[in-house]
Design a protein around this ligand. Sequence first.
Ligand SMILES: *Cc1c(COP(=O)(O)O)cnc(C)c1O
Length: 381
Amino acid sequence: MKTIYLDYAATTPLDPLVLKAMLPYLKEKYGNPSSLHALGTEAKEAIDKSRSAIAKILNCSPKEIIFEASGTESINHALIGSALASQAKGRHIMTSAIEHHAVLHACGFLETQGFEVAYLPVNKQGLVDLKMLEQSIRPDTILVSIAYANNEIGAIQDIKKIASIIKKKNSETLFHADACQAAGYLELDIEALGVDLMSVNGSKIYGPKGTGFLYVKDGTALRPIMHGGEQESSRRAGTENVAGIVGLAAALKLAQVCRVSEAARLFKLQAQFIKGLLKIKGAFLNGPKTSRLPNNINVLFAGVSGGQVITALDKQGIACSTGSACTSGRIDPSHVIVALGVPYQKAGGAVRFSLGKKSSAQDISYVLRVLPKIVEKLRQK
Ligand SMILES: *Cc1c(COP(=O)(O)O)cnc(C)c1O
């Protein structure tokens, strides 16, 4: 049976061109970038080239890029590293109620270290309440962290506007954007966005898993959270994942070249999909109507559990998710869906379909053929 993969927001397959760029560094070009001989220099040059390529896309300086071992590590470094470095200025941090667990749990850790964290509410569409944001910024607010695009409902936040609100109220407050879901589809120009820190990973943009980078604006105080060697200008210790870094840069380049045409293609599929899904009785679209990633569809089926829908779809060869992959083992409804104001008992009915490169109109027609029967059957149980 053919698998219809509709879980691209959980992770993407490796692009063949990315694999091709990586292979030499997994095989013959195996030197340690810190070694002084030719093999080491070759690896070091590959990292430098990758860093420059990423900096060009972000419109920043190569030294403002730190390679990390995942989106999660980048986010932990941004939040914990900047909070520890700025604690003399204040201990107040702000984020939103719908962030990825990498952000929420790093904030939870900071709370145990004496920091105070405010979790901003979102409206029914999943957009951060900007009035509340403005009112909540204090003289001792050292950091705000907001995801550029949400992983469960695809809500795109107005990062430029958020940056300008923050800086107007307190020019010392740092702004971190979690761009892990955004990097494949949205603009990453740092000058335009106005962020101080930004996290991106490879596994959501057809790059290798376990890779990522943190953009850190020049002059931003940041403590390392990995201690050891002097890699990454002593900001992130540990032998670099050379092949991973090469793959990450190749993936980001490809993503940014394709993003406008791919977004246009996916918006059409998304519209077709949503239209069909909403014909199912008791189906409701979670998240924003317009400010939404082109590949995200999050739908709630009243009276069924999202987990049961996913299991039944899996038997038909369709791979999708209840939301964030990291929470799918748990029965609690998603904190994101609950934050939208969906009643707790209903929120467990959410299912996330996320489209990508291989998604086609035929795939969607197939899902729309089998899904109504599945939902109906589960309701009768
Ligand atoms: C996937 C994801 C992360 C975590 O990235 P990993 O590379 O899996 O650690 C963080 N934030 C968002 C929005 C994500 O989608």
